[in-house]
Design a protein around this ligand. Sequence first.
Ligand code: A2P
Length: 328
Amino acid sequence: MKIALVGATGLVGSVMLKVLRERGFCNCELIPAASSRSVGKKIKFGDKDIEIVSVDEAISKKPDFAIFSAGSSASLEYAPIFAKNGTTVIDNSSAWRSYEDIPLVVPEINGDILTSKDKIIANPNCSTIQMVMALAPLHKKYQIKRVVVSTYQSVTGTGMNAVNQLFKERAGEECNMAYPYPIDLNLFPHGGSFGDDGYTTEEVKLLNETRKILRDNSIQVTATVVRVPVTGGHSEAVNAEFHHEFDISEVFSLLDSMPGVVVLDDPANNKYPMPIFAEHNDDVFVGRIRRDLTQPKTLNFWVVADNLRKGAATNAVQILQYIIDKKI
Ligand code: A2P
């Protein structure tokens, strides 16, 4: 099997290499591609050193799959060319997510929508993935009416430049700014770009992508996205109102039985999810699960996941595994 990885030198790309190796893809023919800045350099994949090629060269090798994490404009330009050549594209950017005929997939939730006709498949936004992983089993049982979410997002979600900015600032060194403001010892309520309605693109994604993945356009989601000086993962405070009443112990067991979700909720012993626990893990951690005492049928919880793993690389490789396992 041939797998192209477009954006192989990036932050998500490097985690994709790890996840592919961990999940048994070591013997596939890997075709790492990146921008012209990186062509000719080598990257490690298992015990092999593989030369990085241009995206055009990767297309000409007609891989079975191409996993993209190189930003929206590269995805918009190249994904259709791969697809036309018979390659199945799994795209981590936001370029294709809102197209009606492009599946937006979290395999544990809606992998069943995939068919052999799908040549471009979209990987959802990192903050959406971890939220819907917790919401999906609850939606099935109690039907979500409205979600209020505030995110505390890791700088790794912005890429290598943002991580460099944080650590250079911390070391007191000059650096190229990935953000409009310092991020060390700071935070800002700003992820993506602002629309005329005052919401950012990252906030709008949480509404649209949740509806698409949970297949319910009646769900309301209102979000505030905040960037914080953290590297291990994204955290989210979620307030979810349901149409039907729930039993809190049943909520715990529904979350416990959701594949890929780990309940970490032991307040008496100060145990709750945190980025330092989630980092390098494929699971989504949920804790601080409690009834909202101010409103009926409403639940509060806290959800944390490594945004580079389940929020990006792991979910993309799981889509690949799903297609192979189900012989789609
Ligand atoms: P390069 O390293 O050559 O710039 P990050 O999100 O961590 O900044 O990484 C972005 C990734 O996307 C890198 O691998 C980068 O390659 C790659 N990339 C950016 N623009 C393009 C492009 N137009 N074509 C191919 N790869 C691209």
